[in-house]
Design a binder for this molecule. Sequence first.
Ligand code: RM4
Ligand code: MN
Ligand code: MN
Length: 392
Amino acid sequence: MTSDAVFRALDGFRIELPSWGFANTGTRFGKFLQPAAAVTIEEKFSDAGEVHALTGVCPTLALHVLWDLPDHTSGVAEVEKLSARYRVRAGSINPNLFQDQQYKFGSFANPDPEVRSAAVRHVADSIAIAKALESRDVSLWFADGSNYPGTAGIRERRAWFIEGLQASHARLAANQRLLVEYKPFEPAFYHTDIADWGMALLLARAAGPQARVLVDTGHHYLSQNIEQIVAWLLAEGMLGGFHFNDRRYADDDLTLGSIDPYQVFRIFHEIHAFAHDTGAQPDIAYMVDQSHNLKGKIEAMIQTVCVAQELYAKAALVDHAELAQAQRQTDLVRAESILQDAFATDVRPAVREWRTARKLPPDPLQAFRDSGYLERITAERGSRSAGVSSYA
Ligand code: RM4
Ligand code: MN
Ligand code: MN
């Protein structure tokens, strides 16, 4: 029974890796470089290919345009070659609207119309890259905001955002989507133009029918009820995808479930409950967005993928009919216990069985340690002077 439910859940669960999660990154205080960290796009594909080969559930790699395709569509042929060589397809395409000097005072909401146009052009170029790579999702995160009260016209900027998003949406092919990500603060510390899910939802609606909201689990105020946001976005048909990571304080980008696995479980529970109630699987792009700088990059990625699978599988154990009944009867302890019992179930044996049945190593982390891959890339990459290829 448990293993049937776990098998069904895992067969339907795929999760995208971020190219920048394999690169050297850090905090604003310093970057501790790892000799094995990926610098080139080939190295990022190679590392992602390793994670996919060991877990079997990460067939796509999210690309950040500035870091991975700085020459835009002229980089497409190389990406196609690498996809074939390392057996990982290009995933979501992430325009970079925050690093160039021109974006000092914003991108879509920059008071300078030329910068706003440049930002919209960059998104159009990113959509063209996505089309060429047959990637469905173009994922937008904006650093736009202000640092001091009175320094920015909040409503004017909102109108500029609507203009930019509509112009971007008009470039989409019929099968593409725009994902709109929100974040309450950082790098702007007074106001952020897309600060929460409500703003992201309104902007996505204004952008056009192919826009959806992207929920980055690290982009909320502490104690915010993320699963409620997820439930509402599902009910509105507007949940496009996730960026998974964990945090204790702000946008810490720690490995998933390291701080609060029950939070992740509750998110997955809302998704399974929605699928149960509607009879349809929601179309959600699950993605990792982590970039902490101390854990080994590939190990950290495998850890997050395995934790995501376990929590997704645990949440699939909830008996929805029984839960609905307990809720209607206001049998509070029984209802709560249904969730807690599922969360407390050790699904690891069933997950291992599933991996064996799918001809995957039962313990991907151990298989990675036994593979010699890390020693090989450490020797190969460690000899060159380490580069910092992204600042996530
Ligand atoms: C942001 C946000 C974006 C990611 C960048 C690097 O905080 O999470 O999704 O692309 O970081
Ligand atoms: Mn993110
Ligand atoms: Mn983030």
